[in-house]
Each structure stands twice: as structure tokens, then as C-alpha cells.
Design a protein around this ligand. Structure first.
Ligand code: BEZ
Ligand code: FE
Length: 291
């Protein structure tokens, strides 16, 4: 197309894509460019604003390392990561939520009932529940990856004072789909705000806090993998998560207990528990994998 105008430039882009472009790629690009072009037309974007946007992306590249991906963080604080999660979450399963940058592979195996708290400071929490099918049956062969912050709001890979795999584990649920562990109550924390994402947050009067949470990846043969996190109902940041990860169905309660009554026998920490402690009861529902 020779005479490109602001009204036909979107079509011109599409015309330039060859006939044998992968259909899904063409569809996604068509929508992306359509919205990008509309965005410029609707905002009358100035050169300075366009340049500022590109400078933010450049700065994101400069600060990114294999351990820190500022582009993902941009996606998180813009709500893009959570929207992709929600669009892809099956209706009949536990909702997914952001993975975040602090998951590491290779966490040690822990048996059902294991203690992750060890020498960690903080309130003791007994977390348990079942991994279920959408019709309430136990999922056989379920595995859980668990990670969280310590009482100081830091993950083990952010804090040289913590042992390498502190408050991280991999657990095989039992044949009844049951998982159980004791741990420490995690604390709210801030997403990294010393880069261009922080600049954007400050420019828009936003804070970088996330409500405290426990992260899980739940997998089982024949089921869709679930990356999610659960949040306590009494967290001060529950309604203002910097990365929009909270969903109604992911909110749990820390129930205070002042006696050992009703505690499962297979809880490793049982004989060392001090009162009060807190119980979290949370079931995961896995959607069946598409065949
Ligand atoms: C996290 O939950 O670990 C996290 C998620 C998004 C951005 C930063 C941290
Ligand atoms: Fe987290």
C-alpha cells in the first residue's frame, strides 16, 4: 500500500503479512496491532509520550537479569498476567494466580504432615486440605510445590540469612488427595520497585505491596496443572494487591486454635506445638486435562 493514512494503516499492516503466516499468529497480531493503532488514535499519543514508553521498555531490558525479569513485572502490575490467568482458568477448577519470580526448582521432598517451620520465627500454621476432582473425588497421584516468604517478608532466594530451600517443599498427596504441613505465617511484602516498574507505580500513586500468601503448584496425571496462591481474609492488602492476584475463591482463614484437639496424628510438629497456633483448611480442585 503506497498511500498509507491513519485510517488504513492497520489494514496495511495486515496486507503485509504473507498468506502462509501461521493462522493463530496472524489472528493474535491482527488484534494486537488493531488495539495498538486504536490506542494511538484514541489518545492522540505525542512523540514525547511514545518515546517515554519506549524508554521504560529499554530500562526494563537494562535492569533485567536471569533472576529478575522486569517485563514480567510490568505485565504483573498492569494486570496483564492476571488477565491471562483468568482467561485461561477453567470454570470448574480452583482459579490460577501469578507464579511470581521467586519459585525455584529442586525443593526438598516432604512427607504429608511434614514441618517446614523448623527454626523460623513467627506464628505456627498448620496447612492442610485435599486435592479434588471437579465432582469432589480425591485426585490420585497429586503433587504439590509449596513456597512462601518467611516472617520478614523475604523468600529464601532474596535473603542470605535463610537456608537455600527454607519454606519450600515438594509433597506427594496421599491416596485420598490429602496434603498437610506445618509452617510459619508468611508476611506481606513489596514487589521490586527500584526499577522502571517502581517509577510507573510512583507516577500513578500506587504502592508496591502484595498481601501475604502461600504459593502452590498442584499437578496430577490427567489433570490441568494449577499455579496458584492462597491469601488470608484478614490481610491489610487483600483488596489492593499490586499485581491483582487475589480471587474470591483463593481467600482462606487462619483459624486460631488453643488446644491440640482434632490435630491429625501424622503431624510431625505435633509434640512441639505451642499454643495458640493457626489452622488453614484449603482444598484444591483440578480441572481435567483436555484429551
Ligand atoms: C510473588 O508472589 O512472588 C510475586 C508475584 C508477582 C510479582 C512479584 C512477586
Ligand atoms: Fe509471592
Amino acid at each position: 500500500m503506497r498511500t498509507v493514512s491513519k485510517d488504513n494503516i492497520t489494514q496495511a499492516f495486515l496486507n503485509y503479512c504473507s498468506q502462509d503466516t501461521d493462522p493463530r499468529l496472524k489472528f493474535v497480531l491482527e488484534k494486537l496491532v488493531h488495539h495498538l493503532h486504536d490506542f494511538v488514535r484514541e489518545t492522540d499519543l505525542t512523540h514525547d509520550e511514545w518515546r517515554k514508553g519506549l524508554e521504560l521498555l529499554y530500562a526494563a531490558g537494562e535492569i533485567s537479569t536471569p533472576e529478575r525479569n522486569e517485563f514480567v513485572l510490568f505485565s504483573d502490575v498492569l494486570g496483564l498476567s492476571s488477565l491471562v490467568d483468568m482467561v485461561n482458568s477453567p470454570e470448574d477448577g480452583t482459579p490460577s494466580s501469578v507464579l511470581g519470580p521467586f519459585h525455584v526448582l529442586g525443593a526438598p521432598e516432604a512427607a504429608v504432615g511434614a514441618d517446614l517451620k523448623g527454626d523460623n520465627e513467627g506464628k505456627t500454621v498448620v496447612v492442610g486440605g485435599r486435592v479434588l476432582t471437579p465432582d469432589g473425588q480425591p485426585v490420585v497421584g497429586a503433587e504439590l510445590e509449596i513456597w512462601q516468604t518467611a516472617d520478614n517478608g523475604l523468600y529464601s532466594n532474596q535473603d542470605a540469612a535463610q537456608p537455600e530451600y527454607n519454606l519450600r517443599s515438594h509433597m506427594n498427596a496421599d491416596d485420598d488427595g490429602r496434603y498437610l504441613f506445618s509452617t510459619v505465617r508468611p508476611a506481606p511484602y513489596t514487589v521490586p520497585d527500584d526499577g522502571p516498574v517502581g517509577e510507573l507505580l510512583r507516577a500513578t500513586g500506587r504502592h508496591p505491596w502484595r498481601p501475604s500468601h502461600l504459593h502452590f503448584i498442584v499437578t496430577a496425571p490427567g489433570f490441568r496443572s494449577l499455579v496458584t496462591e492462597v491469601f488470608p481474609s484478614d490481610d491489610p492488602y487483600l483488596d489492593e494487591d499490586a499485581v491483582f492476584g487475589v480471587r474470591e475463591k483463593l481467600v482462606m482463614e487462619y483459624q486460631e486454635r488453643t488446644s491440640l484437639d482434632g490435630l491429625p496424628d501424622d503431624l510431625e510438629i505435633r509434640d512441639r506445638l505451642t499454643l495458640p497456633y493457626y489452622v488453614v483448611d484449603f482444598d484444591f480442585v483440578l480441572a481435567r486435562a483436555e484429551t
